[in-house]
Write a new protein. Structure first.
Length: 499
């Protein structure tokens, strides 16, 4: 994590923590000094309550923290994330108070009032904090003193964007395509003019600053400026073909203790044309490597997701056993054979695993599938048909109620699947995939997912399934998983979209 993200995360943590603390202080004072509605609880109860509040806040903050840069967050985004975190914090607080049997849970005045005040203070705190960070920090001692080495055209494009980073204080710029004459930096450009014959014309322009940042050097006096200037960091942003001009200076800059950021022109075209903006650079085998990834997820949240899967898989497996045993009786009477259907499926990034379901079809279903392919109503690589003759009468019922999916809790417990994810394809489906289809496998498949709660029976186009799965992957968060789980309950109860 770089310095900017570290400061941003730490600052947001304290803003939220202070908001929660003052929300309780204000509520306590109001309902004890002004309107006496809070009982005299024991000192130990208050200590336990305080620990639970802090634990709830820390858990929610680190699981649902958004690393998005402050400047890229719109007001609706700030409001949405604040309301979400406040609600989840108090939901967790309620659960922990119930589990611990803390008597302060009876104080509905403190609980309700502090919740409302917490939301108000959090919203106000975030917007004030954002304003301070953008307006004040960049000119304070906390900011990184930065210099830029570039050309005129590159600088005009790059420096305004770099200035939006509140952690940078851009002091000066060196333009390598200029000359120094009579106290000014000048650039001469040649253009072809046509008036009967081709004539080259020269245009000279004086450039004293780039977006308000003063020009202080060119290639001739570059190192002289850097040696005498107060700089923490240098950004080198040059077009292709100019790298050799500063290559000899980079090691010297490192020897000075200055952090050097240098662009790689060959990657710029790739980045401009790529749908993804997640790139990182590391040294692998003594070779600098640029790492592209379609989505970057909060590692802490992924650990929590796995912990939830383990708990959910264990509880689901235990609860499912009696339901499976009861279902087995009519199913096996109608269609003798194995109770559990095992099939190889494709998991995360192409891993093969065995998925488990209660058998809802006759035992020769796979052999009969080839003869029914012409009746496939899906446009793409999935098979689905109306009134599939391979499905037994009991099978139709357990499919409609999603009982056939219950053994997949064992897959979740094993780690092959997650409670929420994407649909795992069969091997024959996977072998027909085009390149962009495989991205839907970049997270563990799930028992339920965005596609399943979006009316799965109404979706006839496989590309629409891929689009929904990729939307889930790109926007994944624990909060999204929670929403999908709640929607799944509604879908199961109403049988909407099930076949």
């Amino acid at each position: 994590m770089d310095n900017r993200n570290r400061i941003q995360k730490l600052s947001e943590f304290f803003v939220g923590f202070l908001s929660l603390s003052f929300a309780h202080i204000i509520s306590y004072v109001f309902f004890t000094a002004v309107i006496k509605r809070i009982e005299d609880y024991s000192c130990q109860s208050w200590i336990d309550y305080g620990i639970i509040v802090i634990l709830s806040y820390i858990t929610v903050f680190f699981c649902f923290y958004s690393p998005v840069n402050l400047l890229k967050r719109s007001k609706p985004m700030e409001i949405s994330s604040t309301l979400r975190n406040c609600m989840i914090t108090y939901a967790l607080l309620s659960v922990l108070l119930l589990i611990s049997k803390n008597e302060i849970i009876d104080s509905r005045y403190l609980f309700t009032s502090s919740f409302i005040v917490y939301i108000v203070l959090s919203l106000a705190g975030r917007f004030v904090y954002k304003r301070i960070m953008i307006k004040k920090i960049s000119n304070s001692k906390m900011a990184t003193i930065t210099g830029v080495i570039t050309t005129v055209d590159k600088g005009n494009e790059f420096i305004p964007k770099l200035k939006t980073d509140w952690s940078k204080n851009i002091k000066a710029v060196a333009l390598l395509d200029t000359t120094y004459e009579n106290g000014s930096y000048r650039r001469v450009t040649k253009k072809a003019a046509y008036s009967g014959s081709s004539v080259l014309t020269e245009t000279e322009e004086i450039i004293n600053n780039i977006d308000g940042v003063p020009v202080v050097a060119n290639l001739d006096n570059l190192m002289g400026w850097i040696r005498t200037a107060s700089l923490d960091e240098i950004y080198i942003n040059l077009p292709s073909g100019h790298e050799h001009e500063v290559a000899q200076y980079i090691e010297e800059l490192e020897d000075m203790g200055i952090v050097v950021n240098i662009n790689v022109p060959s990657l710029e075209k790739i980045l401009r044309e790529s749908k993804f903006n997640n790139i990182n650079c590391e040294i692998k085998g003594d070779v600098p490597m640029a790492i592209f990834s379609p989505a970057v997820h909060n590692s802490t949240a992924l650990i929590v997701k796995r912990a939830i899967d383990i708990i959910g898989g264990l509880v689901g497996t235990i609860v499912s056993l009696p339901i499976i045993l009861i279902t087995a009786i009519p199913l096996l009477i109608e269609s003798p054979g194995p109770l559990i259907f095992k099939q190889q499926r494709i998991g995360k990034n192409g891993r093969i695993f065995n998925i488990y379901k209660i058998r809802s079809m006759y035992v020769d279903a796979e052999e009969r599938k080839k003869a029914l392919m012409e009746q496939n109503k899906m446009d793409g690589f999935m098979f689905k048909m109306d009134n599939d003759p391979r499905i037994t009468k009991v099978g139709k019922f357990i499919r409609k109620t999603s009982i056939d999916e219950l053994p997949q809790f064992w897959n979740v417990l094993k780690g092959d699947m997650s409670l929420v994810g994407t649909r795992p394809p069969t091997i024959d489906e996977f072998e027909q995939y085009e390149s962009h289809h495989k991205r839907r496998l970049s997270l563990n498949p799930g028992i339920t997912g965005l596609w399943q709660v979006s009316g799965r029976s109404d979706i006839q186009d496989f590309e629409e399934v891929v689009k929904l799965d990729c939307t889930y992957i790109d926007n994944w968060s624990l909060w999204l998983d929670i929403k999908i789980l709640f929607k799944t309950v509604g879908v199961v109860l109403t049988h909407k979209g099930a076949e």
